[in-house]
Design a protein. Structure first.
Length: 234
């Protein structure tokens, strides 16, 4: 079965690539930590919401692209390696399937049982019109949690836990899933207090003109800007 067919059937597939290809994003992370970003590379920061008592002490941050130059770093890495295949897997036109958001996800210490959700939900956004791609940015500890997806549909929330699949993260392998139909969560795990679990996340959207207002609404709700301009190629 092709990866595109697997994505269409199961809502999730995996892509192998060179782990070294992520070096520009690693350097971006170091620059964020050292407060040495280029002025044009605007990065925003979001913290994990405290939606239950278990999450009051969770240290989780999203470092997200807030400018075209910042997003360009993520796009260039993706387009320069095997991960570019993701734009051919989602949707029907790679030229309108673009990285519209991107971020680095940092979790320090352990992570409790999270809530099920989908990344890009809107009544006017269909299946195979958006996607999320996740992969470790640095060497990944075996006890870190993976990605849990459920085969249950949105209106079958009582079956979410029963129909769960765990996808383990591996260095040099990215997990691609449908942004609307694939309901998922971070797998709960125990780690040492100073452990950092760091992922790269690319989020794709079909940027046809009629879908841009829909994606903008999703971005506003999530607190991240959306970028619709074409990818640049060297």
């Amino acid at each position: 079965m092709s990866k595109k067919q697997e994505f269409l059937n199961a809502g999730v597939t995996k892509i192998s690539f060179s782990f070294d290809a992520l070096e520009p994003i690693r350097q971006l992370y170091y620059n964020i930590m050292n407060d040495s970003l280029d002025p044009f590379v605007d990065i925003g920061i979001k913290a994990h919401e405290d939606y239950s008592d278990e999450f009051k002490n969770v240290s989780m941050r999203w470092y997200f692209a807030k400018s075209p130059a910042a997003l360009g770093i993520f796009r260039t890495v993706l387009d320069g390696c095997e991960l570019a295949l993701s734009r051919d897997i989602i949707g029907n036109n790679r030229h309108t399937m673009r990285v519209v958001q991107a971020n680095i996800i940092e979790t320090i210490g352990s992570y409790p049982v999270g809530r099920w959700h989908s990344d890009f939900y809107h009544e006017n956004l269909g299946n195979n019109e958006s996607g999320t791609l996740l992969t470790p940015l640095f060497p990944f500890q075996t006890y870190f949690g993976g990605l849990e997806t459920t085969a249950a549909h949105r209106d079958e929330c009582d079956l979410y836990d029963e129909l769960t699949t765990v996808h383990k993260y591996q260095e040099g392998q990215a997990i691609l899933f449908d942004g609307t139909s694939t309901i998922h969560r971070t797998q709960s795990y125990n780690a040492y207090p100073g452990d950092k679990r760091i992922l790269v996340c690319w989020q794709f959207g079909c940027t046809r003109e009629e879908l841009q207002p829909v994606l903008s609404t999703i971005g506003k709700n999530n607190g991240d800007p959306m970028f619709f301009h074409e990818h640049d190629y060297l």
